[in-house]
Design a protein around this ligand. Sequence first.
Ligand SMILES: [Zn+2]
Ligand SMILES: [Zn+2]
Ligand SMILES: [Zn+2]
Length: 483
Amino acid sequence: PAQNPGYPVPAGQQPGYPGQQPGYPGQQPGYPGQQPGHPGQQPGYPGQQPGYPGQQPGFAPPPQQGYPTGPQAPGVNPPNGPPQGGYPQPAGGVPQNGQPMQPPSGGEVVSYDDDVPDENPNEEEPVPSAPLLENMDNIQGYNNMSFNNATVPPPPAYDEVTQDNPPDRGEIKTLPVISESEARDALLGFVAQNCCYGKGAAQSMVVRDRESTSAFHYTLETFTEGRHTAWAYEGFRGQPVDGPQNGIPPAPWDIPAAPNQLFLNGKVAVEVPHTASVKVCHTCLGACKVRCHRCYGFGRVRCSSCRGSGSKSHMRNGEHVTSRCTFCHGHGRRRCNFCHGVGMVNCKTCSACGQLKCFIQLTVTWINHVEDYVEEKTALPNELIKSVTGKTVLEEQYPLVWPVTNFPDPAINQASNTIVQKHRTAFASERILHQRQKVRLVPVTEVSSQYKSTDFKFFVYGDESKVYAPEYPQQCCCGCTIL
Ligand SMILES: [Zn+2]
Ligand SMILES: [Zn+2]
Ligand SMILES: [Zn+2]
């Protein structure tokens, strides 16, 4: 943009735009070239061209802490600092090969005994940084925003229970009881799946007793919506800018957003209408490029192989011999690999756009909170019940469900009451959109049997007749227990 005076100025950049108070905010003593109320007047400061949007007082971002302060204050210049006066500019000022250059100002770790520095050993590229909060506009209804998501609690009152009474719940019917042969077949199938289980026991065992019961699996799902707001920014490439001049931004919970599907986790980010503006990138000050952090902007670095001397000495036949450094071909310096000799790299903060579109972003998050409870009377581990098929005997879906009260097993009524009450208050920062509860009946048959002189029990459970038989007498190899 700095090289493009004819670049369209978005509506939010007109003089008189709210938030553009005259007077340069955040002025720090010692800022280079700083004159009260006249930012951007340093020699070589980007944005000096007539018509550049950053020329209105107060528009350009203030220097950040640690901003390079020139040679008079060494030691505070980050390697990624923006170019200073006299420093090569991206357009026309890019260092040319073979021309000695002035060292950039304020480099604290650079030692110059030639015209190039040692390469910065830190390979980490400077990360993009958020603009300063004090440069953000005041947006009605969105005060105290930061660049980190903050929870927006839902409005206090919304539709509570939509039904006065719990729905009519039919009677729960009993489950079919499995026969001895079914139990034996199930056990044989189970043995067949376990390579080291002998099938003799399953074939010739004597079944002494079978007891069929029902396990109950209660589940409550509470589907909630949470909303967060934060400042966000992206490189400005001419995309639409919907600023406060277009109206008062809607409140966070008034912005329409709907989940794709109920009871499914999801997330969506929306730009809050009428909150956007365009600002000069605070990292590159509109130049789109920043100084290369590896070569400090020189484009070349001292050869690390010969330490800049261009030659190397070694012993040959008992004599010191000096030969040309093969790494740098005797130049003592080499091109910076990171910036390919240019000395500047693209600004990551603005994606080399030079300007940032800043806006408030609303993040809507849908979460399905699931909690369940298993009532099972036998020695079968309760967790096994959750993964098998059963028969759904109760299923209800309402904005807010009623606890189950009429289930034949009081343990389920109690569990439903406890979990429903808990979910009513557990997600205070979210809004409950919908709830769903169900009870599944899972058949469990406990079989007492005998093989030779060994008594053992096993369980057949679920519609798919899964078997749980930790006492099975014919377990052998692979480190299994032999009973
Ligand atoms: Zn470089
Ligand atoms: Zn060398
Ligand atoms: Zn930038």
